[in-house]
Design a protein around this ligand. Structure first.
Ligand code: MN
Length: 249
């Protein structure tokens, strides 16, 4: 089995190397990842400048682009054969609820899903990436359960979030739906030394609506969360209602 690993924190990131080590117990691993951090780049594709790939070692190449670029290049050009599965992460930080819309980690997996390859995104919800290596044995146990399935669902990727606790304290795995989160005061407005106003997105607090069955609640209660994400964003419940809006000229 050929396993392609990517991420959005850069090819040197702790989380990626832990994921690659765990995956190597189940197949041949090739890493194609961004040359620098690309968090929150979403599904961005670089189209107006050339991309370059460099080899770091026998199983690692880095690209001056986004996770989506990396997966597209890996599958289209850099690997000598098509990977059987794509794993993205382990992201340094959570990807729950609406985060999945901004996440480069999830987008890396999603690009593989679009190309018809089973894919799983992994994120560690704690703050300290140095806590991720302790998760390696648990990941090595979980990965084959997720990817060695003949019935891996089409047009769907799995989004895994690890709780911010010691792996020995993990209570199990829960299959979840996306939660909802609100960022509080995450837009900073200030003045630069030249007297011009600037804005800075990020930071602030996060508030989660802790509903039953969500990714956030599972992680909060000490479980690993596995959410199946469908690429089709259509709101099927509203199709008939919107049809009645009389939009014809
Ligand atoms: Mn990241």
């Amino acid at each position: 089995m050929l396993i392609l690993c990517t991420n959005d924190d850069g090819y040197y990131a702790t989380g990626l190397n832990v994921l690659a080590e765990a995956a190597a117990k189940h197949g041949e691993v090739q890493i194609v990842a961004p040359d620098r951090e690309q968090s929150a780049c979403s599904h961005s594709l670089t189209m107006h400048i050339p991309l370059r790939a460099n080899r770091y070692d026998d199983h690692t190449q880095y690209v001056d682009g986004t996770p989506t670029d990396c997966v597209a290049l890996a599958i289209g050009a850099l690997l000598d054969r098509r990977p059987d599965v794509v794993l993205s992460g382990v992201n340094h930080g959570p990807n729950m609820g609406e985060d999945v819309l901004y996440s480069g980690t999830v987008a890396g997996a999603m690009e593989a899903t679009i190309l018809g390859i089973p894919a799983v995104a992994f994120s560690y919800t704690g703050r300290d990436p140095n806590a991720i290596p302790a998760y390696e044995p648990l990941l090595a146990e979980l990965i084959p359960k997720l990817i060695e399935r003949a019935d891996f669902p089409a047009e769907t990727l799995l989004n895994v979030n690890l709780p911010p606790i010691e792996p020995s304290e993990v209570r199990g795995v829960r299959v979840t739906r996306l939660g909802r989160r609100v960022y509080m005061d995450s837009l900073t407005r200030a003045t630069d030394p030249g007297g011009r106003e600037y804005f800075w997105i990020g930071g602030g607090g996060i508030e989660w609506s802790s509903e039953e069955g969500t990714d956030f609640q599972a992680v909060d209660e000490g479980y690993i969360s596995v959410t199946p994400l469908h690429l089709d964003l259509t709101n099927y419940k509203l199709l008939r209602d919107i049809e009645r809006w009389d939009l014809n000229p």
